[in-house]
Design a protein around this ligand. Structure first.
Ligand code: AHR
Ligand code: AHR
Length: 535
């Protein structure tokens, strides 16, 4: 890592160096975050606080659902897990996959449990009992208080199966599958609004993988049947997930956007990052790569929107419907079976998640959905055993954001030291990248009915950063709440019975009509500051 300062900053620093008489210390100018409630980016969509439940490892079985466990109710729902899930205030939950969906027939997962066929699950090498399916998930979503988001099988599945699933879920009565739902004890339709047209269809690993042209054709025809069945649904197309060296993710995005520009509502993008080379500074810069990819895809969308025929529907938005840190559980023994993808998270991972969430806020005009992958056990914020559960470090940033950050995203100006990374692997299998001018302070701000929320991740591993928060329009006034996620070490982890990293409420800042609050953001921390701006 090479620490540099912008020229502008260096001049400002030189002119403001003060020598404190007697103390022989130099104090440089503070970092600055300028908050201007008139400079807005867009409305924060609550669907950026989404999550994902896939039939994979112990996410469903042994995670949210465990038959005959003393911790479960009579429906097999793990109540300890449900309580923790509710704290995350998950706005929208994607189901049932993931790679799983590309070999899933939804019809296997309905009706009396004893009559459901067990199947070979080829994506993650398990036996799928099908004891948990559409109706169980919908009951769970209701208890979670989350919006359901279903993904149809565009791999081994047909457009007819996709249509029939929409019929089962959304048609009130009359046709066969609507009546079948009623016969299965669910009189009212579920009216599921969000449906994705397959998962990661650009990936060679996907069962039934297609090229962009064939995918677009199949997705368009599936969309036609699904919309004829339930006209109000919103459709999400599979965008790029393959950023390996010889893939061309934006060629895929361009083609799919061009072919489906009149049809879809969102383009789904996926990203997993990892501290592959155990380099903290490289790793904590990785959410900026997501931001770069967002900007590129936004450009492609803008171009297609010029000639699209969408009536009065809004433009296509981006759904980051899988994002997380995933690099440890990628070995032979951790990729399949019942222990698949059981990543254990530490403080630096929690910081990276806060960076992703800040990036979604900073791109609130185009990112209108995001889903952490996944909810329980599988690369997840909640980890269970047969005897209990604990909250992983990454639980805390999503909990803080989802319960607080809403309203209008502000275009903040940040002036602080920066660094450049060396060349590094952002995720397993991906190409390398170099990040220039990475600010030590990663910042987002939102404004909602007179309340401002500033979210700051301090990437500096060793030093607190003294920062002036400057209000450009109106003034700060009253009590400002402060929440911090931190730990003694960047590698601190939580475990059963051990919480090293969590959110701590700090003493509030009592502010009297001022346009400046000075705060020391501690080394390797995430801080949320919340209070009022009066005009
Ligand atoms: O979330 C784990 C897997 O990652 C999903 O099944 C797949 O869509 C992605 O590759
Ligand atoms: O591990 C296989 C694939 O690699 C995942 O499904 C994808 O997200 C990643 O790029």
């Amino acid at each position: 890592m090479k620490i540099i300062k912008s020229k502008k900053y260096a001049i400002a620093v030189l002119s403001s160096l003060t020598i404190l008489v007697g103390m022989q210390t130099l104090s440089a100018q503070n970092a600055r975050i300028k908050i201007d409630v008139d400079r807005t980016i867009g409305e924060v969509d609550k669907n950026i606080y989404g999550n994902f439940v896939e039939h994979l490892g112990r996410c469903v079985y042994g995670g949210i659902y465990e038959e005959n466990s003393p911790l479960s109710d009579e429906n097999g729902i793990r109540l300890d897990v449900l309580d923790a899930v509710k704290e995350l205030n998950v706005s929208i939950t994607r189901y049932p996959g993931g790679n799983f969906v590309s070999n899933y027939n939804w019809k296997d997962g309905i009706g009396p449990k004893d009559d459901r066929p067990a199947r070979m699950e080829l994506a993650w090498s398990r036996l799928e009992s099908n004891h948990f399916g559409t109706d169980e998930f919908m009951a769970y979503a209701k208890r979670m208080g989350t919006e359901p988001y279903f993904s149809v099988n565009m791999g081994t599945g047909t457009i007819k199966e996709a249509q029939e699933w929409v019929e089962y879920c959304n048609v009130k009565s009359g046709p066969y599958y609507a009546e079948l739902r009623k016969k299965n004890g669910h009189e009212e339709p579920y009216n599921i609004k969000y449906w994705s047209l397959g998962n990661e269809m650009d990936g060679f690993w996907q069962m039934g993988h297609l090229n962009a042209e064939d995918y677009s054709k199949k997705a368009r025809e599936a969309a036609k049947l699904m919309k004829l069945t339930s006209p109000e649904i919103k459709l999400i197309a599979a965008g790029s997930s393959n950023y390996r060296p010889n893939a061309d993710p934006n060629e895929w995005n361009e083609k799919v956007l061009h072919e489906l520009r009149d049809v879809i509502d969102y383009l789904a993008l996926h990203m997993y990052v990892g501290n592959v080379e155990n380099n903290y500074y490289n790793f904590v810069s990785s959410p900026l790569v997501l931001e770069e990819r967002t900007r590129v895809v936004k450009g492609l969308i803008d171009r297609e929107m010029e000639n699209a025929d969408r009536g009065n529907r809004p433009p296509i938005y981006i759904a980051w419907d899988e994002y997380n840190i995933w690099y440890r559980a990628r070995g032979e023994e951790t990729m399949a079976g019942t222990k698949a993808l059981e990543e254990r998270y530490n403080l630096e991972d929690a910081l990276v998640i806060s960076g992703f969430l800040n990036a979604f806020i900073r791109n609130a005009d185009i990112v209108k959905m995001a889903n952490m992958a996944q909810l329980v056990n599988v690369i997840a914020p909640i980890f269970t055993s047969e005897k209990g559960m604990f909250k992983q470090t990454i639980f805390y940033p999503i909990q803080l954001f989802a319960n607080n950050v809403k309203g209008t995203s502000l275009d903040v100006h940040v002036d602080c030291e920066t660094y450049d990374t060396g060349e590094f692997f952002i995720g397993l299998g991906e190409s390398t990248t170099i990040q220039k001018d990475v600010p030590f302070l990663d910042v987002s701000a939102t404004y909602n009915n007179g309340e401002v929320i500033v979210c700051v991740m301090n990437r500096n591993k060793d030093k607190a950063i003294t920062t002036d928060l400057l209000c450009q329009e109106g003034i700060f006034d009253g009590e400002f709440e402060v929440y911090e996620i931190n730990g003694s070490d960047i590698k601190s982890e939580n475990d059963f019975g051990k919480t090293s990293v969590e959110t701590k409420k700090k003493s509030s800042l009592k502010v009297k009509k001022t346009d400046k609050i000075t705060y020391d953001f501690p080394a390797h921390s995430f801080t949320m500051i919340k209070g009022s701006i009066v005009k």
